[in-house]
Every structure is written in structure tokens, then in C-alpha cells.
Write a new protein. Structure first.
Length: 227
């Protein structure tokens, strides 16, 4: 997969903050997920090993069957530790290493992290959206910012995630009586389409199949597919 842009690297957290604020203005909230969707991908990053290396896994699934079509693994040493709000600067290098190995270009990418639901409105999903120029969706297990009203217990229930008066995403229940996940715009998608896509990617589990497969691949539990 050919990436659309070089990834800018800041020299300090202050530079990282400024970069996030600058790049947030380039994010598109207009839906460009194609009607004839063929491939959907998930990205996840492993914890560092004893030597500080992490694995970045990209798993491409056929749509709508959600069967594995391709798996690629990247590897990098994160230059900074995990700091809330700066996850991308830790995880993007390994993700890019995996993405560049893909033979299939996905139509949409689900990221285990935030997009617009970020203090500076530019989380990991938005970073990867600008780098790939592929529609991206933040699909996070935990909430970084915002408040939301109580959800109904049924699958498909959602509530806007509000931060400082802005709707930054949504809490979405993907299974009956199970804790919600947090969906937000990454790039080239609107929130309604992002929620619908995430729900269609969820089967028997709380997390989308894209995220679940990518998490397992990053942990060394490779699903069947092309490597």
C-alpha cells in the first residue's frame, strides 16, 4: 500500500501538541466510504517487548463476509512511552511499517483508538487517516474525553459523546447489556456512517472483528490469511 504523505515527527511534546492542532484542520468529516465497499481493515499495536519493540498489525477483511484477506505485521521501537493524548506518536511508526506491506488497499480502516474524540480533535485514527488518505474510524475500548447520557441496553443503542459543547463521537453498544465502545470520526467519514460501519463489523463480540483480529495478530495469534 502506497502511503499518501510522509509522517511528520515532532522533537518534543510541545511540538507534538502544536502539530496535532495544525493537522486537525485537515481532517475531513465528509463521508467517502464507498457504496461498493469491498475491504475493511483493522489496526492494533502490541505492548513493547523486553527490548522495547512493538508489533503493529493490519488485518484486511472481505466485506461483508468479514473473512480474513490479508495480514501484515510491522515492527518499531516507540520513541516515547504511552502518554494520554499522544498515543499516535508512540504507535504510528509500527502501524506505518505494516501498512506499507499491504497488497490490498482497504476501503476503510478501523483503528483501536480515538479520532475526533481527542483533546485536540486529532487522535490516532485521524493521524493514520491523513497518512493513508483512506477513510478511518476511531473505535476505542475506553473513553479519553467527553460525557454521554445513559444508553439503552440493546445492541445498536448510542449516545453522543460531548466535550466542551462539541459532539466528538458516540458511545455505542455493540452487544446487549455489554459496555459500549467509543466511536469517532478519523478522516473522510461522518459520525453516522462511522457508527453504522462499526456495528456491521461487530458479531458475537463487543469489539469489531477488524479490531479483534488485529489485536490477536499483534499478540502473535495470527488469523488465517496472507502474510
Amino acid at each position: 500500500m502506497k502511503l499518501s504523505a510522509a509522517y511528520p515527527w515532532p522533537g518534543s511534546l510541545e511540538e507534538a501538541k502544536s502539530l496535532q492542532l495544525e493537522l486537525a484542520g485537515r481532517v475531513s468529516h465528509v463521508n467517502e466510504v464507498p457504496q461498493g465497499l469491498k475491504y475493511v481493515a483493522g489496526i492494533d499495536i502490541s505492548p513493547p517487548d523486553a527490548d522495547g519493540w512493538v508489533l503493529g498489525a493490519v488485518v484486511v477483511l472481505r466485506w461483508p463476509e468479514l473473512e480474513v484477506a490479508e495480514v501484515r505485521i510491522g515492527r518499531a521501537q516507540p520513541p516515547i512511552p504511552y502518554i494520554p493524548g499522544y498515543l499516535a506518536f508512540r504507535e504510528v511508526p509500527a502501524a506505518i511499517d505494516a501498512l506499507e506491506k499491504l497488497e490490498i488497499t482497504p476501503d476503510v480502516i478501523l483503528v483501536d483508538g480515538q479520532g475526533f474524540a481527542h483533546p485536540r480533535r486529532f487522535g490516532l485514527a485521524s493521524h493514520l487517516g491523513l497518512v493513508t488518505e483512506v477513510p478511518t474510524i476511531g473505535s476505542a475500548k475506553s473513553r479519553l474525553i467527553g460525557r454521554y447520557d445513559a444508553l439503552d441496553a440493546q445492541r445498536g443503542a448510542s449516545s453522543p459523546l460531548i466535550d466542551k459543547g462539541d459532539v466528538v463521537g458516540a458511545a455505542v453498544r455493540t452487544r446487549d447489556n455489554v459496555s459500549p465502545i467509543y466511536v469517532s470520526v478519523g478522516h473522510k467519514v461522518d459520525l453516522e456512517s462511522a457508527i453504522a460501519t462499526v456495528l456491521k463489523c461487530c458479531g458475537m463480540y463487543r469489539l469489531p472483528e477488524t479490531t479483534r483480529f488485529a489485536h490477536n495478530a499483534a499478540a502473535g495469534k495470527h488469523p488465517e490469511g496472507k502474510y
